[in-house]
Design a protein around this ligand. Structure first.
Ligand code: PLP
Length: 394
């Protein structure tokens, strides 16, 4: 009796958080470089967000989407003004935001392109979620194992390779869906030139350019959305993780004209964008848009990049360091799991992205001191783990 063992859980039982700090049940303190997998971007127990939730909780939790929800209109306005898009649909999670995008692309394909079996092109090593459609869209067979029969209508290309995109598209292709930096796939950034060429190709071929910014969005890379630093304009953007700072909420944003293809009765959600979620989302967006937080992330992100390159790259066992803002992958020559464990013992929580990549997703509010402290712990742990490995091999 218990929980389905879908996750290999840490032994640490966390109890309390504040800013970039977490405490376990025994009172040990940890520096959090996970942000709950890129979710608590403003840190734990952020005063403005906590207050917004508390205030809303005493007024009204839920009405259903049959009634107008003022918080949706306010959050949508902030998201749309920032992205140059025209309409928003709020969901409970990232996968559901992508489901909405997939449905929209298919409906647009049927209705505008007259395609009978619309195909969406995604990329190898991508991650788009765990529902049947989004795990099929995900370019990693490990998430699809024994889940068949899988829905049709997805084709795959190689990330950062325009030729492979051109080879994979067909008459039935209606959209391209991709991450600006592949997160679960090992922190692999898209090359700016690839994004530019892909955008031009989508325009020329009449394909929707759909960006999955579920992990890269909400300030993670130093701009509200990662695409804003790349000089491209997507037709559809999905986001979730950082949107509620830990409250479950996602959104699918689409350009003007697409509202004709996701009309009355074509899609829905009971909980999505309810007043509680929207109170939190509004506070998160206001904090990111109205304050100088994101400018600071651009600066502190460069500082973290320098620290990682200076102190970690020269170490034996480190292959490559990739990322932007507060989203970093350290590719190792050996599996990353022993290092994650050693770091937790030292008081630094990190995660992996695939077997060989140590993934750092600190909260955006992290201080330079906390960056120095974290990087120094990684350096020390790298050296210790390597010494232990050498000893155990003798
Ligand atoms: C986490 C993630 C998802 C899935 O989001 P859920 O909220 O877990 O459904 C989809 N795409 C990307 C890029 C993600 O990082």
């Amino acid at each position: 009796m218990g929980l389905f063992p879908t996750y290999r859980k840490s032994e640490i039982r966390l109890k309390k958080g504040e800013g970039a700090w977490l405490w376990d049940e025994e009172g040990h303190r940890y520096l959090d470089y996970t942000s709950g997998i890129g979710v608590c971007n403003l840190g734990h127990a952020h005063p403005r967000v906590t207050e917004a939730l508390g205030e809303q909780a005493s007024k009204l939790w839920h009405t259903s989407n049959l009634f107008p929800i003022a918080g949706q209109e306010e959050a949508a306005e902030m998201l749309l003004r920032a992205t140059g898009l025209a309409n928003a649909f709020f969901s409970n999670s990232g996968a559901e935001a992508n489901e909405a995008a997939i449905k929209l692309a298919r409906r647009w394909g049927h209705q505008v392109k007259g395609v009978s079996k619309p195909e969406i092109l995604t990329f190898h090593s991508s991650f788009h979620g765990r529902t049947l459609a989004t795990l099929t869209a995900t370019g990693q067979t490990k998430v699809q194992e024994d889940c068949g029969p899988l829905p049709e209508g997805f084709v795959f290309a190689t990330y950062n390779d325009m030729n492979s995109v051109k080879e994979a598209v067909s008459e039935q292709t209606v959209a391209v869906l991709l991450e600006v930096i592949q997160g679960e796939g090992g922190i692999q950034p898209a090359q700016p030139s690839f994004l530019k060429e892909l955008e031009a190709f989508c325009r020329e071929q009449g394909l929707l350019l759909m960006l999955d910014e579920i992990q890269t969005g909400l300030g993670r890379t130093g701009t509200l959305f990662a695409f804003q630093a790349m000089g491209i304009q997507p037709d559809v953007v999905t986001c979730a993780k950082g949107l509620g700072n830990g409250f479950p909420v996602g959104a699918m944003l689409g350009r003007a004209g697409l509202e004709d293809h996701l009309g009355y009765g074509s899609h829905g959600t009971t909980f999505g964008g309810n007043p509680l979620a929207m109170a939190v989302t509004g506070a998160v967006l206001a904090e990111m848009i109205e304050t100088s937080l994101l400018e600071r992330v651009q600066e502190t992100g460069k500082y973290l990049a320098n620290q990682l390159h200076e102190k970690l790259l020269p170490l034996a066992g480190v292959k490559e360091i990739r990322g932007r803002g507060m989203m970093w992958g350290i590719e190792l020559e050996t599996p990353a799991a022993p290092l994650v464990k050693r770091l937790a013992e030292k008081g630094l929580l990190v995660i992996t992205a695939g077997e060989y990549v140590l993934r750092l997703l600190p909260p955006l509010i992290i201080t330079k001191e906390q960056m120095n402290e974290g990087v120094d712990m990684i350096v020390a742990a790298m050296k210790e783990v390597r010494v232990d490995e050498c000893v155990s091999r003798v």
